[in-house]
Design a protein around this ligand. Structure first.
Ligand SMILES: Cc1cc2nc3c(=O)[nH]c(=O)nc-3n(C[C@H](O)[C@H](O)[C@H](O)COP(=O)(O)OP(=O)(O)OC[C@H]3O[C@@H](n4cnc5c(N)ncnc54)[C@H](O)[C@@H]3O)c2cc1C
Length: 574
């Protein structure tokens, strides 16, 4: 969408891209090669009548000898539960672990690379689709989240003209949630969310301090062995790669490097500055978030509750600009000069922010993985590991929660270990198109809002009573033309997001067709101001093609072929 249910959290910046996390009282330090673990051979473990748990891992020497996999019975029972290993204790990994750990047929282990969970970070937006899942899946957790939650969805939200400081378009987050009886969108401090999950998990499930570096599948039967950086190896029946944008599980699955050009992760073209502070805003309690647009950049101000605010400044820059761009008087002063002439609100909040309250990060995402694999037998990817997206829709974490919801359903349907691969493939099929659409729309939003939008063209009264034409360039005129269209676009988008949270079967055809048509219109108009159609059309089409099953007859697309050929045909026209 053209932006805007954006909540671009400082926490997410750091947690998503650096992998920081927060202190669980329940977390157990991972002690690779510990005496107990090393001494336990699978045979000895089986004498006790239980399978080795994923936490029972071999030491260095054991792994070098290429140990046989522990034999496991096919049937899943409470004596021999399904051993699920989750790589990564982020938003998605913890939601998955919490839900699975309630089931006595599941034996869950979460492997988190950070030594400890530090209490760090700002808020994350949880939109109605993710909240509805929390409510349905796990009411006690939902109630705890609500205790710490600040609603934005019941307030005024929208886009403001960054120069003239007036509303450009508002969007209604409230009605689409209200008519579906869904919780309103809002924000929670990311550390609070993580603590709620960590406290809800049985002791010892989360193991910190060693990172997953790869895995191998059992060539002769069930199971997967997870390789740790320390040399330890951990056996399980299922591995879910919830290890974020720089996923080691994905790298192993696709035989790609974790980082770099061949990793599939791409620099978005944008850097973001984020600030979080106590702030006495004139519209407190009335406005949730405001996106200030203008030429070549934009600024977001969000109420995050309890008198605290967060802001973001999005700039189109080369990667690494934090090192190359000089800011001798600090980030706030630098941004004040970049946003010279913009709304006094922007300057007011920038001036109120202290240097240590500001962070800068380059933004990375991935094109939708319509053509690439999500699963490898008993291994599957979740969240940013498979569909990292730009933060403009505030949906990255929400989509990770949707993944977790579907994985839980599919794994809980498995009666035997033979069912696991099929269950994970079904998970992928249920999630592919929806996540690709959201991912594509997020990229589309950033590209269009930064490259395509400008101060809207306007006819105003001049000082001597005559009329004045303000900003009558192509981008200014297009921005004006889009003004009445955008609220409709937002509404269609929210219907699409809120209707589809169950991920059952086909994407809602009406919403997605509307979304595709409107996006096409916007792309068409905006591409003129960008000057190069492909700049906008490429990412936009990839996003729209996430829903293209609808365009080709309303059938749910579970293979990528339709998407690929349609994409090739349309992009060939330009
Ligand atoms: C600026 C910004 C703002 C955002 N705002 C929002 C928002 O408001 N709402 C929203 O829904 N989304 C938002 N997002 C997106 C959101 O942060 C991510 O989509 C979400 O965190 C993805 O969850 P995840 O569980 O897949 O991965 P992550 O949250 O990134 O978690 C991955 C975990 O895996 C660990 N890990 C990494 N590698 C390994 C390894 N090899 N072995 C073991 N552990 C490993 C990491 O330490 C980390 O704990 C934002 C993103 C950014 C960049």
């Amino acid at each position: 969408m053209i932006c805007c249910n954006c909540l671009f959290s400082l926490a997410a910046l750091l947690a998503a891209q650096q992998g920081s996390a927060f202190t669980p009282s329940s977390s157990t330090p991972l002690v690779p090669g510990s005496a107990a673990a090393a001494a336990l051979s699978p045979t000895i473990l089986r004498v006790s009548g239980t399978l080795p748990s994923p936490g029972d891992f071999a030491n260095d020497d054991d792994t070098k000898q290429e140990k046989e996999f522990t034999p496991v019975p096919a049937e899943i029972t409470t004596e021999n539960p399904l051993r699920v290993i989750v790589a990564g204790a982020g938003v998605g990994g913890l939601a998955l672990a919490r839900q699975l750990s309630k089931n006595p047929l599941m034996d869950v282990t979460v492997l988190e690379r950070t030594d400890e969970f530090k209490r760090f970070g700002g808020p994350i937006q949880l939109a109605s689709n993710a909240l509805e899942i929390l409510k349905v899946m796990d009411e006690p957790t939902f109630d705890k989240v609500m205790e710490k939650f600040t609603f934005t969805g019941d307030k005024e939200n929208g886009i403001k003209d960054g120069i003239r400081d007036e509303w450009y378009a508002k969007f209604d987050l409230e009605s689409p949630a209200k008519i579906r009886n869904m919780p309103y969108t809002g924000v929670i401090e990311r550390p609070d969310l993580q603590n709620i999950y960590l406290e809800s998990l049985p002791k010892g499930i989360v193991r910190n301090g060693d990172k997953v570096v790869g895995y191998e599948r059992n060539p002769k039967g069930h199971g997967v062995r997870v390789k740790m950086n320390s040399g330890a190896a951990i056996e399980g029946d299922v591995l879910i790669g919830a290890d974020g944008i720089w996923s080691a599980v994905r790298a192993e699955m696709r035989k790609e490097p974790v980082r770099g050009d061949d990793s599939g992760v791409t620099y978005s073209g944008y850097t973001v500055f984020a600030g979080e502070l106590d702030y006495d805003s004139f519209d407190n309690g009335k406005v949730g978030y405001k996106v200030y647009i203008g030429p070549g950049q934009y600024f977001v101000i969000t109420d995050i509750g309890n008198g605290r605010y967060q802001w973001y400044a999005f700039l189109a820059r080369e990667p690494g600009s934090a090192e190359t761009e000089e800011m001798p008087d600090g980030k706030s002063t630098y941004l004040q000069s970049i946003f010279n002439g913009w709304s006094k609100d922007v300057h007011h909040i920038l001036k109120a922010t202290q240097e240590h309250e500001i962070e800068q990060r380059d933004l990375y995402d991935r094109p939708p993985s319509v053509r690439k694999t999500w699963t490898d037998g008993p291994v599957a990817l979740l969240g940013d590991a498979v569909h990292a997206m730009m933060p403009n829709l505030g949906q990255g974490g929400c989509q990770a929660i949707e993944d977790a919801y579907v994985i839980v359903q599919e794994l809980e349907n498995c009666k035997t270990r033979n069912d696991v691969s099929g269950a994970l493939s079904t998970y992928r099929n249920r999630r592919l198109m929806r996540s690709a659409a959201v991912q594509g729309l997020s990229r589309f939003a950033s590209d269009i809002i930064i490259r395509g939008f400008d101060t809207p063209a306007k006819i105003v009264k001049g000082e001597n009573g005559g009329i004045k034409f303000e900003n009558f360039n192509y981008a200014g005129i297009v921005t004006s033309i889009l003004r009445p269209i955008l609220p409709i676009f937002f509404t269609v988008q929210f219907h699409f997001l809120y209707d589809g949270w169950k991920n059952e079967g086909q994407i809602d055809a009406k919403s997605a067709a509307g979304l595709s048509l409107m996006s096409g219109l916007i792309v068409f108009l905006v591409s003129g101001s960008v000057g190069e159609v492909s700049l906008v059309l490429g990412p936009a089409l990839e996003g729209l093609l996430g829903t293209e099953g609808l365009l080709i007859g309303g059938e749910s697309v579970t293979s990528s072929e339709g998407a690929t050929s349609l994409f090739d045909t349309i992009s060939g026209l330009f």
